[in-house]
Design a binder for this molecule. Structure first.
Ligand code: AIR
Length: 436
């Protein structure tokens, strides 16, 4: 299925109105960048007090399944984008019938269902780990019997670790099926991950495409804990990731942003974990570390302005602040946290702190990636010692360049050329322009 749209050279100039489906933190930070550039912003979100409300000039309160409300948003906008992929197809189509929707309804439709997304990636010869669709407890059990330790993910709706169940063996299948709401799910084999990374791609309607340098990421219970850029991996891995991600964006015909989450496995493979057609938590440090923040880049891409340079100007890191930070006995110590050199606090203005809910992040810069992540974690420990203990971040920061022996051996193999993280589909032409 080709989802690409014809090249469009129309520029949407400042003064125009950008609509955003979704009004959470990603919409809020995008809206701030859009406002800085002279655009007006309207958002649609089910929550009347959504995080974007303070920045948008109009907030439509409606569920993401409401096609009429989506059309109402579109009628007052010059272009519409999104900050969450769980928007009903009818609502996406209703927008696209009125104004350009970027990324397109087809691209979002493929990504928003985990099975559809994985199948699409496999069909297009992008590297993915073993997976299977399951529509019963028995099917989950069968998959786990053949895969070994696995993870079952709801097809729709889960993000930030929600809608995911880890299975050690087939014995957990009945519970997993129940916990996932007895709905079709994706079962993936658990792979031995050496490093998690992501690559953010921006593509504008004219076809211009750029990739950010990879970000290195660490998750706890399926939620991002910290990210650091540059990822400081072997050149071969960086090059492979920077080639793979734009190739996916190109094949999907994404206009806007596409975040590609990747696993670099202990046996030297680069696998696609998940795609997101929007700004991504793992690039919040781009506001400080990169020449162009991901939020400004989204605005440029959907308005068809020249894309900004994505390179790292100063190594940067972020640590997420979940609702838990505000729920411990000790209140967060913001002044103490901000005493760490290079640290900055970002709060999303969400009314209610719930466990696991993303409320904000701390960002830092440093002379090296190691210094940036060290400062970010130091600032986090000062902010909330209890959270740091709970997230396993109370000790010294991870040594980015001295991982365990097995990992080092594999990374060395990649540098020697013994392991090939990704070389593109068989018919790939290294001189092809569309993957640049
Ligand atoms: N989001 C979207 N997909 C994944 C994430 N984390 C962001 C979007 C969305 C917000 O999370 O910005 O609007 C919803 O956050 P919450 O805390 O209200 O569930």
């Amino acid at each position: 299925m080709s989802t690409d749209q014809p090249l469009d050279h129309t520029v949407i100039l400042p003064g125009a109105t950008i609509g955003i489906l979704g009004g959470g933190q990603l919409g809020r930070m995008t809206a701030m960048a859009a406002r800085s550039m002279g655009y007006d912003v309207h958002v649609l979100d089910p929550d009347p007090n959504c995080a974007s409300r303070a920045v948008a000039s109009r907030t439509i309160t409606a569920p993401f399944s409401d096609a009429e409300a989506a059309a109402e948003l579109a009628r007052a906008c010059d272009v519409v984008t999104l900050e969450i992929e769980q928007i009903a197809r009818a609502a996406l189509d209703a927008v696209a019938a009125i104004v350009p929707l970027r990324p397109s309804a087809d691209a979002v439709y493929i990504i928003q269902d985990r099975v559809r997304q994985k199948r699409w990636l496999a069909e297009h010869e992008f590297p993915v780990g073993p997976f299977r669709e399951a529509d019963s407890a028995e099917a989950i059990a069968e998959a786990v019997t053949s895969f070994g330790p696995s993870i079952a993910k709801a097809c729709h709706g889960g993000y930030d670790g929600r809608g995911q169940v880890r299975l050690a063996d087939a014995g957990g299948a009945a519970d997993a099926w129940r916990d996932l709401g007895q709905r079709p799910c994706l079962v993936e084999q658990r792979v031995d991950i050496a490093v998690e990374l992501s690559v953010l791609v921006a593509r504008r309607a004219s076809g211009e495409t750029i990739a950010y340098p990879p970000s290195r990421n660490h998750h706890t219970n399926g939620i991002l804990t910290w990210s650091v850029i540059p990822a400081e991996l072997p050149d071969a891995v960086i090059r492979a990731a920077e080639q793979l991600a734009p190739a996916i964006a190109q094949a999907l015909g994404v206009v806007g942003l596409l975040a590609v989450e990747l696993f670099f496995t202990t046996d030297g493979r680069l696998l696609v974990n998940e795609l997101a057609p929007r700004p991504h938590n793992t690039y919040h440090h781009s506001e400080r570390a990169c020449a162009t923040s991901q939020f400004e880049q989204l605005v440029r891409a959907v308005c068809n302005l020249p894309l900004g340079a994505p390179h790292v100007i100063e190594p940067g890191a972020l640590v997420n602040l979940l609702g838990d930070v505000w729920l411990h006995d000790t209140a967060p110590d913001i002044p103490f946290a901000l005493g760490v050199q290079g640290s900055r606090l970002h709060l999303y203005g969400k009314g209610e702190a719930r466990p696991g809910r993303k409320m904000g992040h701390l960002s830092t810069v440093g002379e090296t990636a190691q210094e940036a992540i060290g400062r970010a974690l130091a600032s986090y420990r000062r902010l909330s010692p209890e959270s740091a203990v709970a997230a396993g971040l109370a000790g010294p920061p991870p040594a980015l360049r001295s991982a365990d022996g097995a990992l080092l051996a594999e990374l060395a193999a990649v540098d020697r050329g013994d392991a090939q993280p990704w070389r593109g589909p068989d018919d790939s032409d290294p001189d092809r322009e569309d993957v640049g």
